[in-house]
Each structure stands twice: as structure tokens, then as C-alpha cells.
Design a protein around this ligand. Structure first.
Ligand code: GLN
Length: 550
């Protein structure tokens, strides 16, 4: 009689940050997942965001970075994108939690008498809810890698760290904690300093949690002396102090971790026997390719979420950036990305301002700022046959530009900006209007994966090589179906539509008229992967490469 194997409990690797934020905790989490997956384990990844916001949809991208949309329509943190790209997997809303989400669930349960008259307390009920969510997301996987947002010592993430402590108490063999810490090398001192890391470990210790591993982030590798010092003062075995120097490409990080045998040590700590030797072959060849490519293509990304004070932050478009890279490396070219602020094109395109670019991309966006600038840029790209790729807002504005300048509907607009426009080329659908009227904005967005049918023989049809696709959306407005006959008459092709034919998903100009002038109502950047670039990005970069030569 076949014996039923008992499902194995999920093992948890928690990743916490020490010293300061922004040193690559998300990449470390993704890389830990990658090296464990390469040892034959099924791995999932979770992000804990300590914000009160229930989702990332309401956060300003200049402050918080990109809003990453999952297939099931959750608006999450950009780190989720890293996990999906590194692990080549599809995550859902169960893989993302915020403080707001956890509290809301506890309060709802309390209102529904779910605690049966007990006093509901921050501890233990909040950490219990966190653990419930962790276990739910981990179910069916050998390992769940969990990134705790923020840095140890902050009030904000304390209850999540309390959850680590409780889970470890219950399942001591199933939980391991990794601290990603920063080791500065002050220029006047000229030596790598370990003291901030020592303090961070002590702070973590006050919560009853001790790191089993320390990943030492710095601008250079950790030497033997630094490893010894961290081991001794932080109470971590020396071989578990992992060196994580700055690298040219984040996709080198898993390879670097393995130089310190991190997967072997993690498996040992979690009591898992390796199922195979580390299979990082495809990663290694990808990383080699990244180092080797020499030819460049110049890509301009025209957006508005760049500046925080004196700094330019490209994080708001991280998935777009990565998607361009994957396609470019696949085609053997290095993409040079130029961030152009659309506000600078408000009055038109100054002479020569765009001539050095081989491709122009307008990514997603909301609101009025800089949109006339974007429309000028799109018109320029169309007239001068510069490859153009429009994502979401970039597609809506592309169609708007066409309506204004080719159909000569000068007042054409999107109702997002001008609700009373004479020609609402980009409009809100009737069902959404009702929700907007009662300020139910969340309900008015088309979020997550939707199917589309492609027209054979079009650029999109040929690039995808199939006539049915599914892509992720995040927008409120649509191309107005009433204007479609006129736009088609004027030469625009709608090569992708919703299965009922009502919603326009892809617009393009035929190849005879333009080498690449294409826009998507969805966000293809969310499904591009390092080892399987997105076909539309590849089409765009290929056109840019050809443009370079001409
Ligand atoms: N603002 C536009 C809309 O809501 C486009 C959104 C986007 O680019 N993600 O439809």
C-alpha cells in the first residue's frame, strides 16, 4: 500500500536590515531564494512592508519607488519584482503584507467575534496574524524567504521581529535569520568599520532574535580580519559572515554568495539535505554576458518621478529599466538609459535635444504634470522615425498625439486631465464612472492580469508568436471605443484587444510607416525575466539597435 508522505513544514529564512536602509536587502532576499532554488528546492519569497498603507498603490513613487503589480492585481512593493525576476516565478497578494493589512485583518476578526470575547492585544495577536500569513504563503514550498522592511531598532517593524521570535520558539529548526548590514569605509579613516554592525546585532538581540548569518554589504569585499571581528563581536560563526561587495550587476549577487558557500550553510542550518549541487549555470552565463557586451544603445525614458531633492531616483521605473536590460543583453548590446524629465519638453522639443537617442520610451504615469511634454516627444519620435515604446499612459498619450496631429482633433484629450473635453480619446468606462462618483477609487482601477487577443501579422502578433496573451494592468482609463474607426482609418493599428473586442490593449503603426511605434495599455515590464526577456521590449531594443546603425 502506498504510504502517504507527510507534507514537510516550510522552512523560513528571515532577512532583516542593520545600520541603514537602501543597501540591497531586496536583492539579498532574492539572491538567497535563487541559490536555494538552484539546490533543487521549491522557494517562495515574501515582503513585509511596515507601512500603515494597506497597499503600495497609494504611496508616492518618488518616495517609495515603483508600485509592482502582481498577476492577481495586488499593488505591492518593488522588491516583489526582484523576487519574481530572480526566482522566475509568479507571486500573489499572499506574498505581500503591510502593517495596515495585518491590523485590518485583526480588527475585522475582532469585529466578527473571531476572538470569542478575549481581550485582543498587540502582542500576541498581531504577531500571530503575521505568522498565519507567513505560513499561508509558505504552504507547499520547501523554503520561504521573508524580507522584513526597514532597519532593526525601528518601532515600525518590531512586531514583525516579534513574529520571528515566536515562530522560532515554536519551530526552532525551521527558522533562520540573516542580517544584511552595512560596513562603511570612511575615506579619512581608510578602514572598513564593523562597529555599526555590532550595534545593529545588539539591537536585534534585545528583541530576542539572533542572526545566524550576517551579510556584510560594503563597497569592497570583507577581508579575513573583518570577518573574524564580526564573528567574535556579533556572536556568529565566521563562515556565516558573507561578503557582499558592490557589483556592477545585481545578477552577480547569487554567484558571489555561493563563493562563500552560503546555500550549503543555509541548508545545514535549516536541516535540509542538498538535493543537487548548485545549478547556477544559466545565471553565470547571463552575468558573463552582462560583463562582456560592448555595443551601446541610447534609450531615453521620459517620465516625471525622478527627482528627490538633488538626487535622481530611477527606482520609480525599476521594472522598466530591468526589462530593457534583459532584452538588450539578449541582443548583445548595453543599454545606456537617459532619464528625461518630461517637464522640459512642455513647449516643444528643442533642436537636437532628442537626436542622440536610438529609442524613446514613455512609461506609465498619472496626472497632468509633464504630459504636454510627453506628447511633444511622442510626436517627434513618430515624425523622425525614432523607435517608440509607450507603456500604459505612454500608449494613451501616443493615441492622443495621433488623434491631435493626424486626425486633426486639436482638442483631443484624456478625461483624466480634462473631464469636459470635446474629444475624449481616453475615457472612463461607464461602470467605472459610477464608482468614481462615490470616491471608491480603488474599485475603479483595472488591476492585474487580463487576457488579450492579438491580430496576426502585426508587429505585436509577430513578436509574441501567439494570438492569446495575458498581461498585467494598472490604470483607470481606456481608449474610447467611439474613436476607433477614425483612428484605424487614419492608419493606426490596434493589434491587441480584450477578448470581447471592446478594450484596446496594443496600438501600433505598421512597419512600412515606422520602424517601431507601439504602445500597450498593460505593463509588459512586470513579466520580463533575466533569462526570458519580454518579446515587446526585445522588439523595441532591436529597432533601437538598427536605428543606431543608420
Ligand atoms: N493614468 C492612466 C490611467 O489611469 C495611466 C495609468 C498608468 O500609466 N499606469 O489610465
Amino acid at each position: 500500500m502506498p504510504t502517504r508522505k507527510k507534507a514537510r513544514r516550510t522552512k523560513f529564512v528571515f532577512v532583516v536590515g542593520g545600520v541603514m536602509s537602501g543597501v540591497g536587502k531586496g536583492v539579498a532576499t532574492s539572491s538567497i531564494g535563487t541559490i536555494l532554488k538552484a539546490r533543487g528546492f521549491s522557494v517562495t519569497a515574501l515582503k513585509i512592508d511596515p507601512y500603515i498603507n494597506v497597499d503600495a498603490g497609494t504611496m508616492n513613487p518618488t518616495e517609495h519607488g515603483e508600485v509592482y503589480v502582481t498577476e492577481d492585481g495586488d499593488e505591492t512593493d518593488q522588491d516583489m519584482g526582484n523576487y519574481e525576476r530572480f526566482l522566475d516565478t509568479t507571486l500573489t497578494s499572499t506574498n505581500y503584507m503591510t502593517t495596515g493589512r495585518v491590523y485590518r485583518a485583526v480588527i475585522e476578526k475582532e469585529r466578527n467575534l473571531g476572538y470569542k470575547g478575549k481581550c485582543v492585544q498587540v502582542v500576541p495577536h498581531i504577531p500571530h496574524e503575521v505568522i498565519r500569513r507567513l505560513q499561508k504563503a509558505g504552504k507547499g514550498h520547501d523554503v520561504a524567504v521573508v524580507e522584513v522592511g526597514g532597519t532593526v531598532g525601528e518601532y515600525e517593524n518590531i512586531l514583525f521581529i516579534e513574529a520571528i521570535r515566536m515562530l522560532k520558539l515554536q519551530f526552532p529548526d525551521d527558522v533562520t535569520t540573516v542580517m544584511v548590514s552595512y560596513l562603511p569605509v570612511p575615506s579619512k579613516v581608510g578602514e572598513m568599520k564593523t562597529k555599526p554592525t555590532q550595534h545593529a546585532v545588539r539591537t536585534l538581540n534585545t528583541t530576542g532574535v539572533h542572526p545566524d548569518f550576517i551579510i556584510g554589504r560594503s563597497d569592497r569585499p570583507l577581508d579575513k580580519k573583518r570577518k573574524e571581528k564580526i564573528a567574535l563581536f556579533c556572536n556568529v560563526e565566521e563562515d556565516r559572515v558573507i561578503s557582499a561587495p558592490d557589483v556592477e550587476s545585481i545578477y552577480q549577487v547569487p554567484i558571489n554568495f555561493e563563493k562563500d558557500n552560503m546555500s550549503g550553510l543555509l541548508l545545514k542550518t535549516l536541516g535540509l539535505r542538498p538535493r543537487t549541487s548548485s545549478k547556477l549555470g544559466p545565471w553565470k552565463s547571463f552575468a558573463r554576458k552582462v560583463q562582456r557586451v560592448e555595443d551601446e544603445v541610447q534609450i531615453a525614458v521620459v517620465g516625471k518621478y525622478f527627482d528627490t531633492g538633488d538626487f535622481v531616483l530611477s527606482d520609480a521605473y525599476i521594472s522598466v529599466l530591468e526589462a530593457i536590460k534583459f532584452s538588450a543583453y539578449g541582443l548583445g548590446v548595453r543599454p545606456k538609459i537617459h532619464w528625461l524629465n518630461s517637464k522640459e519638453f512642455e513647449k516643444g522639443v528643442p533642436r537636437g535635444a532628442l537626436s542622440k537617442y536610438d529609442g524613446i520610451l514613455v512609461p506609465g504615469g498619472f496626472g497632468e504634470t509633464g504630459i504636454e511634454g510627453k506628447i511633444h516627444v511622442i510626436e517627434f519620435a513618430r515624425k523622425h522615425r525614432i523607435p517608440y515604446f509607450g507603456l500604459c499612459y505612454g500608449m494613451q498619450l501616443m493615441v492622443l498625439e495621433y488623434a491631435r496631429h493626424v486626425l486633426k482633433l486639436k482638442e483631443a484629450h484624456t478625461v483624466e486631465i480634462d473631464p469636459d473635453t470635446k474629444h475624449p480619446i481616453v475615457d472612463i468606462m461607464p461602470e467605472q464612472k459610477e464608482l468614481m462618483a462615490v470616491a471608491n477609487y480603488g474599485g475603479t482601477m483595472r488591476l492585474g492580469a487580463y487576457p488579450a487577443v492579438l491580430e496576426k501579422g502585426t508587429i505585436a502578433g509577430r513578436l509574441y508568436g501567439t494570438d492569446h496573451i495575458e498581461e498585467r494592468h494598472r490604470h483607470r482609463y481606456e481608449i474610447n471605443p467611439e474613436y476607433i474607426p477614425q483612428l484605424i482609418e487614419a492608419g493606426l493599428v490596434f493589434s491587441g484587444r480584450s477578448p470581447d473586442g471592446v478594450l484596446m490593449e496594443i496600438a501600433e503603426l505598421p512597419r512600412a510607416r515606422h520602424p517601431f511605434f507601439l504602445g500597450t495599455q498593460f505593463h509588459p515590464e512586470f513579466t520580463a525575466r533575466p533569462l526570458s526577456p519580454h518579446p515587446l521590449f526585445t522588439g523595441f531594443v532591436r529597432a533601437a539597435k538598427v536605428h543606431r546603425r543608420t
